[in-house]
Design a protein around this ligand. Structure first.
Ligand SMILES: C[S@@+](CC[C@H](N)C(=O)[O-])C[C@H]1O[C@@H](n2cnc3c(N)ncnc32)[C@H](O)[C@@H]1O
Length: 530
């Protein structure tokens, strides 16, 4: 076995999920800030003092068009020119740009992607300091991104004298002298929304760094220790460590091209951020249960849920996106699971959802969200989201959660999760849900996770992960349980006046005694295929 380690950046979890990225996406991913030769790269804030022969008061030297660095600046400027129109997710736009530039090799693509992602991470700061320069704004941004990733010295032969002077002036700016939101490169609305979080500076700084690559061992096919040993024994393999919380995870510091490794093709491993792995542990499905992954997407969490069920029972993978669910298919084939039923639904009130009213033992709502917990991988989201888009998402989340809750059997578990660190998408949603659904109660997430031997650091009512504290993406999850009997207040209310049943719901919901958790599962129960 030898995990390849020589090619394009590895599969990375992506926006709002943990699907493996497409080859184009891999090309689009930055490879981290480490220089190839191991030497520190001067950042745009700290360029090398060496100016070369062109420095001084002599005649102004124009940019050298023939130098390879000049071509690199042009490439990054061109890619940024498209991405900064915000017409679509940066990874998709960059993938398209690469397709339109087929002559670029792997190294070229890596350099461009790294610089582009660096600019997206630090866009506000770079725009601020770029104001002091001359010429096209995107060229100045490209120079800053490349100076941070390749080093200012590598660029100098391609810079005009005034550009080199400007880059040196930028390097002399003390970060502390910049306004906080500029220094951290964060939009005002996001800085304000996260001001209530402890040590939000550390959170923003961590979100501005490239993420390591987490993989997950498929418990149906492999042992983590064995995979770790193989990785460590491989020639030139990346540094591999067990993830601190998930018993299935391995964190890689390098960028192996995992999709050519046999452990990947045979389904022994998947790419999955540790936070997503913990989410499945919070759902904690058991053999033979009926489980719904309500927003399954490309099935990152579905795969682990199915494996935890040892491929027994039935696991519905719902999503409104046919394209996303289609990406689950090859992953399912590799995984060896036979208990997963993908279902494209029209919306959360699809009749096929209603047919499962009060039938599922576990329901996961991995809700569509702002994704600000994944800024390490998707830094463009902080510029593409806004208070208005977040508020629209909150409404969608509320509707999906309410619809998904109807599927939960008495005594069953509903897990609500986002890859956001915004309170409005997280605690506020759960509090609103509990206030409007007295038949549900909160189960302390820390207690559930402790059963799976997760070490301290995850205690508390909610699962709340931060990159600066836990090393994973930002995640939130709450475990809710439908009570076996109505809450006392609800029962008292029912005794006074029986509420009018919702016509639709009355049709769908089985009567009292339909507690599947106390009955053996009928294989035809809730059969959506019929
Ligand atoms: C955060 S992503 C899910 C990621 C996925 N669980 C994974 O692990 O890869 C949210 C998903 O919700 C889906 N979605 C949006 N609206 C929905 C709805 N009304 N009902 C079900 N799914 C919905 C989106 O298509 C998207 O795939």
């Amino acid at each position: 076995m030898e995990p390849p380690h020589d090619a394009a950046p590895a599969n990375r979890p992506s926006r709002g999920g943990d699907r493996p990225s497409s080859p184009a996406r891999r090309q689009a991913e930055p490879r981290g800030a480490a220089p190839r030769d191991g030497a520190p790269r001067p950042s745009p804030n700290r360029p090398s003092a060496h100016r070369g022969p062109a420095s001084g008061d002599g005649p102004r030297r124009p940019a050298s068009a023939g130098h390879p660095a000049a071509a690199r600046i042009d490439q990054v400027r061109s890619a940024l020119g498209e991405i900064l129109q915000w017409a679509g997710p940066a990874d998709q736009v960059l993938s398209r740009w690469f397709r339109e530039h087929p002559r670029l090799g792997g190294r070229d693509r890596g350099d461009v992607a790294e610089a582009v992602y660096d600019v997206l991470r630090h866009l506000r700061r770079y725009r601020h300091v770029a104001e002091g320069g001359r010429g096209a704004a995107t060229r100045r941004l490209a120079i800053l991104g490349l100076a941070a990733t390749l080093g200012a010295d590598a660029l100098r032969p391609a810079l005009a004298d005034d550009e080199a002077d400007w880059l040196e002036r930028v390097g002399a700016i003390a970060p502390e002298s910049l306004p906080r939101e500029v220094r951290l490169s964060v939009p005002d609305w996001l800085a304000e929304a996260l001001a209530i979080e402890p040590d939000s500076d550390a959170l923003f700084e961590a979100l501005n760094r490239a993420a390591p690559l987490d993989i997950r061992v498929n418990p149906m096919k492999a042992e983590r220790d064995a995979v770790l040993a193989e990785l460590r024994a491989a020639d030139g393999a990346p540094r591999a460590e067990p993830t601190p919380y998930s018993p299935f995870g391995i964190r890689l510091q390098g960028r192996p091209a995992l999709n050519r490794w046999q452990r990947f093709t045979d389904g022994s491993i998947e790419v999955q951020d540790e936070g997503s792995q913990l989410l499945a542990l919070l759902v904690a499905p058991r053999r033979g249960e009926m489980v719904i992954d309500f927003c399954a997407g490309a099935g990152g969490k579905t795969l682990l849920l199915g494996a935890l069920m040892r491929s027994t029972g039935r696991l519905y993978a719902f999503d409104v996106s046919q394209a996303r669910l289609a990406r689950l298919k090859p992953r399912l084939a590799r995984s060896g699971l036979s208990n997963v039923v993908p279902v494209v639904i029209a919306n959360e009130n699809d009749p096929r959802v209603k047919r499962l009213a009060r039938k599922a033992h576990r329901v996961l709502v991995d809700a569509p969200c702002s994704g600000v917990g994944t800024l390490r991988r998707n830094p463009d989201l902080k510029w593409r989201q806004s208070p208005e888009s977040v508020s629209d998402l909150c409404l969608t989340q509320r509707n999906i959660l309410a619809a998904a809750a109807r599927c939960v059997a008495p005594g069953g578990r509903l897990v609500y999760a986002t890859c956001s660190v915004l309170r409005v998408e997280n605690e506020d949603q759960v509090e609103h849900f509990l206030a409007t659904h007295p038949d549900f109660e909160l189960l302390p997430a820390g207690d559930i996770l402790a059963e799976r031997a997760a070490p301290p650091g995850l205690a508390g009512p909610y699962l709340k992960l931060r990159p600066d504290v836990h090393g994973s993406d930002g995640f939130f999850a709450a475990a809710l349980q439908r009570r076996l009997s109505p809450a006392p207040a609800q029962a008292a209310q029912a005794a006074v006046a029986l509420p009018e049943p919702d016509a639709e719901q009355a049709q769908d919901e089985p009567g009292p005694g339909a507690d599947l958790l106390s009955e053996p599962l009928d294989s035809t129960d809730g059969d959506l295929q019929a």
